[in-house]
Design a binder for this molecule. Sequence first.
Ligand SMILES: C[S@@+](CC[C@H](N)C(=O)[O-])C[C@H]1O[C@@H](n2cnc3c(N)ncnc32)[C@H](O)[C@@H]1O
Length: 669
Amino acid sequence: MLSISAMYCPHNSAWDGPRIAPRGGELRWPLPEKPARRYLGWSWSRCNRVAGASGAAAASFCSAHVRRSSRHLIVRAALVEQLTQASEALEMLRSRWDAIELGEAERLQPLAEEEVAIREGMRSLEFGDPAEIQAIPQTPSADPVVAGYYRVARALLELEVAQKEWEVRTAQAAGFDQPSSPEVGAFASRLLGIALLRIRLFQHSEAYELLQRALPTMMATQQFVGSEGAAAKHWLQNLCRSTAMSQMLREPGHMQGIDISNSEHLERLQALREELRACGYAAKDILGMTQVPTLEMFADDDLCGQAADALLARAPEEQKGLAELVRFFLLSRPVPLKRLTELMGSPCMEFLLEKQAVTVIRGPSCALVKAEDALKALENAADDFYCFANIKIWPVEDLLIATDRQTWPSQGFEPVMYLSDDSWGLIYGAPREEVESVLDLCTGSGVQGLVALQNYAKTATFVDLNPRALDFVRFNVALNGLSQKVSGIYEGNLYQALPPESGPFDAILANPPFLPNPRGIGSQCSAKFGDGGDFGEDILEAILQGVADHLKPAGHLSAVTYAPNTPEMAERIARYLKSPDEMSPCITVFSSKLKPAKEFKPVSSAVEAVRYQEALDEVGIKTMAEAITLVSFEEKAAQTHFVLKEHLFQDEGYLRSLWKQHLDGCSKT
Ligand SMILES: C[S@@+](CC[C@H](N)C(=O)[O-])C[C@H]1O[C@@H](n2cnc3c(N)ncnc32)[C@H](O)[C@@H]1O
């Protein structure tokens, strides 16, 4: 899930278009709305957590903390005031640009001078120049400095849009947009420039419209010569595809309406499974063919894609079909609609189109083709009809698991998480003991419950608060022919989603959101699948508190997280946990090597990086590490164990030994 590397690179200020950002990966695409928490409210909840208790110790910790916070606020007040003034001045300037009529060029000079002065004043601000911020997270930060920076950065981008739009209006009035004009190519480039600004402002629809206008002209008038030209063309088309995809995902009905008691749906998805299997769509062959070392790497198309593309292009004749499907369903590449229909057959393609699991695009600007038009074109698709997948399909042992292709949340779209390294950690690390019933909390795609059903559980119950996740669970249950073994699929907050008659369960599996997000500063933590609250353990804590009511006394719980300060984690778990009556927990925390928290930067700008680090320090996070926690219960005294292993999520053999190690540890003491 997380590469613990510097994810924000201040030297790379050139905007090179949107990229898919794995959980905690580098973000180039702005982020969604999320209610801001009041600063003081945050302080108190954090105080309670850090102190771990009420009473005098907590009170003294908290009053010291609040005093320190107040001092910080006072010290920063001048900076916040400066940012507020700059953003107000820029917003005012923009409205004056908007009001300039064509032919009033003489009014531009004073505006330009004012702008230069404002920009000048921002260059030496404490956390860098806001003009260097590439994209504006949509999540409002409760940190006043971060919020101030983003307000200025937004105002700057909006001002640039107003200026470019004025230029476009002027150029149009001069007829430069006419196909016969020698300026038409330059005119299209200006539209592209505005589209890029719109993308940075997270205005996808506007960006899509602009690209649809710009691209055909650019393709017709510009010569993309040599390798640089080819790269530029490729980049432009990728940009169009990404924007088209973002547009498409906002259409209602995406992946909705699968009914696991509907025999037609089951048959259609069974047919898809059989088609994929018939082409050899399985982990071993895919890894061999692409030479990608682990499946988890397919989370980032760019990381593993280019080398894999070249290998797939050279696939032997008998594996050409598999190569196309890997490009389509794992590397998110477009494939000609005709070819895909040949490979999967019309009924499968119809179903995927109806469910908007795939989208058809056409022509040089990758214009979206409506699903009903694509359906009509299926039998005899023109050569310029291409198809891209809105989902990824992962081979997991004998299962096929679909997840969202897009990994960043935006404007009401809450992605269903790809299979990240923590997902694989729990897939292999959870005990594979035969059980009657499993509860998969925070199920996402449903992968954990499905692995359980396939290998060791008679029934599984799936819970998530993202309704889109449950659409994917239904799809995946049907795709794998496991509908008969499903006890329930419920939407809501953890155990509250369950009807009173369900449970208790033999096993609980949980991969909760776990990114520490103090003061909501880390804009890359804002997806529902990522945000674990100030300390990263809000959801884990709630899961552990519900164990007594939902797990059988002989049952066990397995949770995976990327966790702060793991050497103290078993004690924290013991504090959060409510055990079944008369039982005491045996808790083992398996942790990878600890990494300094300062290397952990799920942020998208320099100011966020600094403020996030300060906030991590304030909540007491010193190190981060991969962690798998196993809990079982006995009548003996409570026990906690901590096991350190250099690499955890990556070592399948070791992960499969965790349960035995846990039981050995519990019986020894
Ligand atoms: C890290 S993803 C796990 C996905 C999947 N289980 C896996 O292992 O790949 C966490 C999931 O928890 C869900 N979630 C977050 N808060 C939740 C809550 N309070 N109750 C239920 N689900 C929650 C998110 O929507 C997301 O799908």
